[in-house]
Design a binder for this molecule. Structure first.
Ligand SMILES: Cc1cc2nc3c(=O)[nH]c(=O)nc-3n(C[C@H](O)[C@H](O)[C@H](O)COP(=O)(O)OP(=O)(O)OC[C@H]3O[C@@H](n4cnc5c(N)ncnc54)[C@H](O)[C@@H]3O)c2cc1C
Length: 240
């Protein structure tokens, strides 16, 4: 099995400096997989020519990102083979079929989950489940983390049903990374765990709304919570 590359990126930085190369992201996540000959590499970071985040609503920006992402993959792979013991005869098994954008359009809902809600482990009467991920802010060249006080707090926030309900469009529920959140709130609750929670709640709420011939905004939240709990969802009401 190859030796683990330095995840701090220091070795990469030194190697890059020697050759006058630059890598857009300082840290690299290089992890072994279940199959002992496979390693997962999470290392690219994409941005616009003006230094801002890539605009996921702009087709030309997405195309440019696809090309730049592949360029970064080849450059980092070249570094791995050249500089990291055990990787000299490695080869690429797979790369993502499509560019992934963490943050693009979001709705403005009846409630907007904020970074402060995440850091203060906020409670909401209309909880549909919990988020336990901290603020994960992807800034130019790096990833910054902000955590709730642990163990001084319970370490998770409620996700309110209202963040799935658009302010101005009836009969629509929006779950996942485009639900109603601020930039900072979304940096936490866009991760898969919170997206699962929102998806489960949106599906259940849609069923209740249809069964009662109601708009999703008007369903009885207690009924939604009871149905979710019955199906095993943790609403996070037992810990303050
Ligand atoms: C690069 C990157 C790395 C990430 N790393 C992590 C991580 O390590 N851990 C983590 O927890 N989260 C991670 N995330 C965040 C997380 O993966 C996403 O925020 C989350 O998957 C979003 O879920 P979603 O259901 O909102 O959207 P998606 O998972 O994008 O699901 C939307 C689905 O809708 C489909 N779709 C779109 N349009 C249509 C249509 N018209 N008709 C039918 N289907 C359609 C799409 O094909 C897609 O399958 C990462 C995100 C990115 C971009």
């Amino acid at each position: 099995m190859p030796a683990a590359p330095d995840p701090s990126g220091e070795r990469r930085q030194q190697a890059a400096e020697r050759r006058g190369e630059t890598f857009p992201r300082r840290g690299a996540i290089v992890r072994p997989q279940k199959n002992p000959i496979e390693w997962r590499v999470n290392v690219t970071q994409l941005g616009s020519a003006n230094g801002r985040a890539l605009d996921g609503t702009d087709a030309a920006a997405l195309s440019a990102g696809e090309t730049e992402g592949r360029r970064q993959i080849v450059a980092f792979f070249d570094f791995l083979r050249r500089e990291v013991p055990g990787f000299d005869r490695s080869y690429i098994v797979d790369i993502p079929p499509q560019i992934g954008i963490r943050e693009t359009r979001r709705i403005e809902g009846l409630y907007q989950l904020s970074g402060e809600d995440v850091l203060s482990c906020a409670s909401f009467p209309d909880t549909i489940g919990v988020n336990g991920w901290p603020l994960e802010k992807h800034v130019a060249g790096d990833v910054e983390w902000d955590w709730p006080d642990i163990p001084g707090s319970r370490g998770f926030n409620h996700l309110p049903y209202r963040m799935l309900i658009p302010q101005e469009v009836d009969n629509l529920l929006v779950a996942g990374r485009c639900a109603s959140m601020t930039h900072e709130g979304q940096s936490a609750a866009r991760v898969s765990g919170a997206c699962f929670v929102m998806g489960e709640a949106a599906g259940t709420a849609a069923h209740l709304a249809l069964a009662a011939s109601q708009n999703p905004a008007d369903i009885v939240v207690n009924d939604l919570q009871a149905a979710l709990e019955k199906n095993g969802v943790y609403l996070g009401k037992d810990v303050q």
